[in-house]
Design a protein around this ligand. Structure first.
Ligand code: SF4
Length: 322
């Protein structure tokens, strides 16, 4: 089956003849392409910022944890306490048993579950090691020099953790500023229309393919967003709704049916519900397009002069009204 693109569905829905005349064109709308690339770049910047913030947040956690462990260890060098030694050895035994349990689960788990089990095993065995070091240190005679050195080193780790906190906060400010500029809804950006990096979404069942400008994960749903540059209409245009419906169908076939999609014109965002009626209308258009491809019979299907006035193919159109 020949695949029909979401972009062609948009052209056909505007005017069948416009789609037909565009078939031999090589992307004439360079201004639109340029604007899309600019938006794509900004969105990539936004994703990069999010990745950096996540990395810094992990560093804050690791450095704070290391600082706390070193601080307790330093403290243990100042005192000798059999009681604390016993408490820590009990904790070490508990974590060791837990590590053995995770090891047993790891051996029995399938490929999908083995990764989290492996992680839990590492956490449990590391905790057991740390607690046993505490236990030994608490029963040894005091060593003040070692204690001071460890407390100073703990402070240094804490300073690094604070520095990462500063970077994460600065990143958060940049991220929110970029997000405000792009006026995007909340959610994790997982897909950007980028020919090099984003995969093409395909529906084998319906013979449709396309790349939405953006795919945002909101909770369990994947929401496609189509960003339109240039003239801002008073409401969402039918041809754009059909294009977005094609993306919603592709999301349904590749992930799960989205409850809605978003059409963005400048600062305006319209929510288009994905329902049975809209899907049927889209599939009807796709059938008409396949029929036109077979027969080669394509004509204007409207009497609106305004459409022809704004049409980029009016110069070569034999049926234009204006
Ligand atoms: S000029 Fe009018 S009839 Fe011709 S392709 Fe454009 S919209 Fe259709």
């Amino acid at each position: 089956m020949d695949y029909i693109s979401a972009g062609d569905i948009e052209k056909y829905s505007y005017c069948p003849l416009s789609w037909w005349l565009s078939r031999n064109e090589r992307n004439k709308n360079s201004e639109g392409v340029r604007k899309h690339r600019e938006i794509g770049k900004k969105i990539e910047e936004l994703r990069g910022e999010r990745r950096k913030i996540k990395a810094w947040e992990s560093m804050i956690m690791y450095y704070s944890l290391a600082a706390s462990i070193i601080a307790i260890l330093g403290f243990a060098f100042f005192y000798t306490s059999i009681l604390l030694g016993k408490v820590f050895i009990s904790l070490a035994i508990f974590w060791l048993l837990l590590a053995l349990y995770f090891l047993w689960k790891y051996e029995k788990s399938n490929v999908e579950n083995s990764k989290p089990m492996g992680k839990l095993m590492i956490i449990a065995s590391s905790s057991a090691t740390i607690f046993s070091i505490f236990a030994v240190t608490f029963v040894l005679p005091p060593n003040y020099l070692m204690g001071y050195l460890l407390e100073i080193s703990s402070l240094l780790w804490l300073i690094f953790a604070t520095y990462f906190l500063y970077l994460a906060l600065k990143g958060e400010i940049r991220y929110n500023k970029l997000r405000r500029e792009l006026k995007l809804p909340n959610g994790e950006i997982i897909y950007v229309d980028d020919l090099e990096r984003s995969p093409l979404l395909k529906s084998e069942k319906y013979g449709i393919w396309g790349r939405p400008d953006l795919l945002i994960k909101m909770g369990e749903d994947y929401i496609p967003i189509e960003i339109k540059t240039g003239r801002v209409p008073r409401g969402p245009l039918f041809s754009h709704i059909m294009q977005l419906t094609a993306y919603m169908l592709l999301v349904e076939d590749n992930f799960k049916a989205p409850p809605y999609g978003l059409l963005k014109y400048g600062n305006m965002i319209y929510k288009i519900d994905y329902d049975k009626g809209l899907k049927e209308l889209l599939l009807k258009k796709v059938d008409e397009m396949r029929c036109a491809l077979k027969t080669g019979e394509v004509h204007r299907n409207h009497n609106r002069m305004g459409k022809c006035l704004h049409c980029s193919r009016r110069d070569i159109c034999p049926e234009r009204l204006a």
